[in-house]
Design a protein around this ligand. Sequence first.
Ligand SMILES: Cc1cc2nc3c(=O)[nH]c(=O)nc-3n(C[C@H](O)[C@H](O)[C@H](O)COP(=O)(O)O)c2cc1C
Length: 182
Amino acid sequence: MSTKLAVVYHSGYGHTAKVAEEVAAGAREFAEVALFNAEDASERLEELLAFDAIIFGAPTYMGSVSAGFKAFMDASSKIWYTQGWKDKIAAGFTVSNSPSGDKLNTLQQLSIFAAQHSMIWVGTGLLPGGVTGTQINRYGSSLGLMTRTDNAPAEVTPDASDLESARLFGARVAQTAGRFAK
Ligand SMILES: Cc1cc2nc3c(=O)[nH]c(=O)nc-3n(C[C@H](O)[C@H](O)[C@H](O)COP(=O)(O)O)c2cc1C
């Protein structure tokens, strides 16, 4: 049986959607992948039961997940009651304007959310760009993927290095899920 991975994301202005597509492209090397807009996913929670892994993506708005993603988190309490996502692989990514922009808080929210669902959290597995001398994982994030809009529209940002980081991140999560998939 092949590994099944879902990417659930919210995007107000297109940047997070762009990163979600790249995360999905990386994951597709190792898994069957489906993308869910968080606004629809709140109505499709049962469908997510069929996946081995779920990657959560939210823009950072006011230092935390966007309201659109939070609505999905709250809706998922129906699944939490039954622990239906228990032992699925989970991971997360975020997009914000500033180099920091308080993105870490968003990733912490996503990882605690996954822990409430008793999911198994996977970090980036990417050394910081400052260590490797590359632009991959240039914000040096371990908990989840950080990308940046740099105050530019989704047509031009996140930039190529962030999108390549997203592909590598998606591939890592899918490979990890493959080890756990029944
Ligand atoms: C309401 C709002 C709050 C924001 N708060 C932050 C913030 O706290 N830190 C930051 O760096 N960028 C912040 N931004 C910029 C967004 O993070 C950035 O434009 C974003 O990632 C867009 O993603 P999206 O196009 O998927 O909505 C904010 C944008 C909006 C609309």
